[in-house]
Design a protein around this ligand. Structure first.
Ligand code: F6P
Length: 523
């Protein structure tokens, strides 16, 4: 069954939120803390190794209640059930959306077109496991009987961003294989990647759900040509594998049937790292860690599916995002992981979020009259502090921020980690509390700058009242990373449901592709 079709702005909750916004907009985060000594505890959710603290936001319990009212009025619970049960919620493409089935730890059957998909998922997982074991152990040999040393993932968008983000994020758990990613059709990207590679010891994974994507097919063709300069056609089966739904096109490309890993139409590209699209992850960190990633995601799925909205992390974070986008008119959200390993997380979430919710037509086919999808950006702290945080602290825009931090570091560098986390909490506090005229005055006086007080004062005041969510996780493990990614996937889903849009198609990317083809064919 399809998703319900409810314009959020026609709900009572939306109207109440509009009135409530008038009460809240002039209030400072500091005031909320002053009037509720228990705020931190009340506005926190614990889940496994996660602690989500959303107390540093411009809202109170009434805001949350009304936002939950909105979720109820648009029948979010019904949408969640349909999402997990494989209903055709991607209605414009007539597809189910079942990335959650790829990582389910339950034995229950899940049906697509009257067929239980769990056995084929398990078969694909076993194939990933066996292949990873062979390549990592060195049993898989190249055409000159040497072990594989390098892996190249050839793909773009969802066939690149997820795997490359996770391989980077889990670098600590990596084995001896060097994993490279080629995505851009810019020939210099391929050139730079293959420059130092030995065709005898390199394995190429061509990842393309459709196997028609111009960038991927061009890059794969160039690499194949380069490979055949030193090897013969027979060698291709030892060095090229593919992940796709388009079996004919893959075979036409010359790839052995047994070297094809499946993909399915019920998995969106940007939600596909849990499928064989994540083969490079399993090769980089081993199947056991890949499985842990899936388990972590599945635990977040269960939390999302079963928890009340008040204690539901993806629901609460999504609602807070709606509050800022639709009532405060915020246009962007910054993701700030305080871990160098997660430097690519925001680039990954950019696609997940912006390709999903960058829509201006609702489920009636009518233009929306309210804002939808946000601009997602960010990079690792503390580097961000020395680059663009100035604008977030003292600029004119409201930019809600997600701070993601870990209690423990992986190398156990205590001094570094304590400094890193002091910055993490320092930024959150500065953004929330700011620095008043009186405090700046006192500071300048203390520094002996009495003569400069009047001139410097306005520039040194921090208004504060800048909203943040704190996502504090025990340690960066494959399992916790899986939960973190799934959290954001579900946040995107909830927002799409509330905005009454279709989050799982991406027709907006087609026109530019068509024109590029036309322009190229005319040359
Ligand atoms: O152009 C956008 C897009 O279709 C993404 O949604 C997708 O992740 C990417 O291209 C790659 O597609 P494919 O895996 O079919 O090559």
């Amino acid at each position: 069954m399809a998703l319900k079709n409810i314009n959020p702005t026609t709900t009572n909750s939306w109207k109440e939120l509009n009135n409530h916004f008038e009460e809240i907009k002039g209030k400072h985060i500091k005031d909320f803390f002053k009037s509720n000594s228990n705020r931190k505890e009340e506005f926190s959710i614990a889940f496994n190794d996660f602690l989500i603290d959303y107390s540093n936001n411009r809202l109170n319990q009434k805001t949350i209640d009304q936002l939950i009212g909105l979720a109820n009025e648009v029948e979010l619970k019904d949408a969640i059930n349909k999402y997990f049960e494989g209903d055709i919620i991607n209605a414009t493409e007539k597809r189910a959306v079942l990335h959650t089935a790829l990582r389910t730890q339950k034995k229950d059957a899940i049906y697509v077109d009257d067929q239980n998909i769990i056995p084929e998922i398990n078969k694909a997982l076993s194939k990933i496991e066996a292949f990873s074991e062979q390549v990592i152990s060195g049993k898989w040999k190249g055409y000159t009987n040497q072990k594989i040393t390098d892996i190249v993932n050839i793909g773009i968008g969802g066939s690149d961003l997820g795997p490359s983000m996770v391989v980077d994020a889990l670098k600590f758990y990596k084995n001896h294989l060097n994993v490279h990613f080629v995505s851009n059709i810019d020939g210099d990207h391929v050139g730079e990647t293959i420059k130092h590679l030995n065709p005898e010891t390199t394995l190429f994974i061509i990842v393309s759900k459709t196997f028609t994507t111009q960038e991927t097919i061009t890059n794969a063709t160039t690499i194949r040509k380069w490979f055949l300069e030193s090897a013969n056609e027979e060698a291709i089966k030892k060095h090229f594998v593919a992940v796709s739904t388009n079996l004919d096109a893959v075979e036409n490309f010359g790839i052995e049937k047994s070297n094809i890993f499946p993909m399915w139409n019920w998995v969106g590209g940007r939600y596909s790292l849990w499928s064989p699209v994540g083969l490079s992850i399993s090769l980089a960190v081993g199947y056991k860690n890949f499985k842990e990633l899936l388990i972590g995601a599945s635990e977040m799925d269960e939390h999302f599916k079963n928890e009340t909205f008040q204690n539901n992390i993806p629901v609460i974070l999504a609602l807070i995002g709606i509050w800022y986008t639709n009532f405060f008119n915020a246009e962007t959200e910054v993701i700030l992981p305080y871990s160098q390993y997660l430097n690519k997380l925001s680039a990954y979430l950019q696609q997940a979020n912006m390709e999903s919710n960058g829509k201006s037509v609702d489920r009636n086919g009518k233009l929306v009259t309210y804002q939808t999808g946000n601009v997602i950006w960010g990079s690792a702290g503390t580097n961000a502090q020395h680059a663009y945080m100035q604008l977030i602290h003292q600029g004119t825009k409201i930019i809600p921020a997600d701070f993601i931090g870990f209690k423990e570091s992986l190398y156990g560098e205590i001094e570094h980690h304590e400094k890193l986390m002091a910055n993490f909490f320092g930024q959150i506090q500065a953004l929330a509390e700011g620095k008043t005229r009186e405090e700046v005055h006192l500071d300048l006086k203390f520094q002996g700058k009495i003569d400069e007080i009047e001139t410097l004062l306005p520039f040194k005041i921090f208004e504060g009242n800048k909203p943040t969510n704190v996502i504090l996780i025990k340690k960066l493990t494959p399992k916790n990373l899986g939960s973190l990614i799934a959290l954001y996937e579900h946040k995107i889903f909830v927002q799409g449901v509330i905005w009454n849009i279709y989050s799982f198609d991406q027709f907006g990317v087609e026109l530019g592709k068509e024109l590029a083809h036309k322009i190229y064919s005319k040359k």
